[in-house]
Design a protein around this ligand. Sequence first.
Ligand code: HEC
Length: 279
Amino acid sequence: MMRTLFTAIPLAAALVTALPVAAEDPAEVLRGLIDKTSAPYLMQSEQNLMMMEDNPALWTAEEGEKLFRFPRGNNLVSLETCDFGKGPGVLEGAYVEMPRYFEDTGKVMDLETRLIHCMKTIQGFQDSDDAIKKRHGSDSDHMKLQTYIASKSNGMPWNPPMNHPLEKAMRDAGEVMFYRRAGSHDFNCATCHGDNSKRIRASVLPDIHTPEEWTKAISWPAFRVGHDHVRSTQHRVRGCYWQMRQASVAAGSDASIAMISFWTDAARGQPAIIPDMKR
Ligand code: HEC
């Protein structure tokens, strides 16, 4: 009996270290990428890297955990039965595998649209409730919940599934959008994010063809120092269209999810940095 116990313990320990456990600290994930690549986009702000240890978004995630577990909405139940793609209540690694196709809705959904779906169908919230309606700001339920759920994928490789035809179709539609020139300046996303080390004044822009730096670009929710708020992926998509002086994309629309599918696929295999901190 003792003998089996003794051989079992080192084996169990070896198994534990071999599992892809999420890194504790997003700053460590970023440092790991910098050590590997020295990409100028990743290295551009030493101050930012220093501040990441005290990223206010870490508190936002903590508040999100409380909200997630608390019975809320008309039905007074928690979100603990919500399926983000890996089974009811499973959050570990769920976010790095989104957007994905959901059988119950017949749609490809990103984190935000899936969260709204669960808040409505499980908890009984309505579109007119602040919990659903208010999508932006560190004090919104959305940003708290999204930051918490996404942080359960910190350090894990982006791996959006491409098994269902709609998952592929959404990714491909996002690619067309990324390269489509339009608007008064005839910009597309690639104008600013298609080459390495391109700059706007002092800011180095992330290059979509360099997955090691693109992973930081798409790592949202993130605290934006200049906004003094935690921001979501959907907020970034909106900002990018504004950046191009093009018409806005509706939050949660298939177009917005297509863009997110494409940009997540472009970072495939690289570790998510969540929550991140941006200038
Ligand atoms: C005119 C140049 C320009 C165009 C065109 C542009 N962006 Fe950006 N993008 C930026 C700048 C500058 C930032 C840095 C964010 C900031 O501080 O505002 C940024 C930030 C980003 C980020 C987040 C990076 C980070 O870590 O902060 C993503 C993702 C992104 N853009 C994607 C896109 C997509 C998708 C499009 C097309 C819909 C697009 N951008 C069009 C200039 C541009």
